[in-house]
Ligand binder design. Sequence first.
Ligand SMILES: [Zn+2]
Length: 223
Amino acid sequence: MTPTTPEQALAELHAGNQRFVTGVPRHPNQDAGHRAAVADGQHPFAVVVGCSDSRLAAEIIFDRGLGDLFVVRTAGHTTGPEVLGSVEYAVTVLGTPLVLVLGHDSCGAVQAAREAVTTGRAPGGHLGALVDAVVPSLRRAAAEGVEEINGIVDIHIAQTVEALLANSSVLAAAVAAGRCAVVGMSYRLSAGEARTVATVPAGAAAAPPPAQVERAAPTTVGG
Ligand SMILES: [Zn+2]
């Protein structure tokens, strides 16, 4: 059965990630029969706003298949207008009950942004936009005294959760109405485990202040 509530969707993601971590994936919904079955319409149970990192393929690490996940990926899971529009499409048109922000340890985009800020040298081309999008997270990390890269990554994931809600009144309204939840997870490249670092439950007030996002204490993560 396809999950229809935020709780069911989250449980399904946890179960799939656990199968992936332990090396017993089922590769559901990847056969020809299912391909044909979903050709007429999609009902993905989660929107994944993830980093583009080549090691972070959502369908693989959550052990899902065709029609399950609506995936938007940018380097450093930045959230410009096209990303917000994609999330809103899934939440309103497709009725997707969960939005997941998926970051990971040793994120190159976060590292590049930190280097640009530290050295004062802005990268060329459109990379500057990427750095600009990560800077608020770097400021917040500095204010909280977090210097280790994976602690900064966790903050950037929580910051992205908040940015989605602050910049999309459509998403905030869906959350406030109890139709959707937003969760942030940090993935460990080596272990394959996705750990929850921020949660905005269905029914939360629109555009919650940062205090309403529960961020786990930064942990030291290798890799
Ligand atoms: Zn990354």
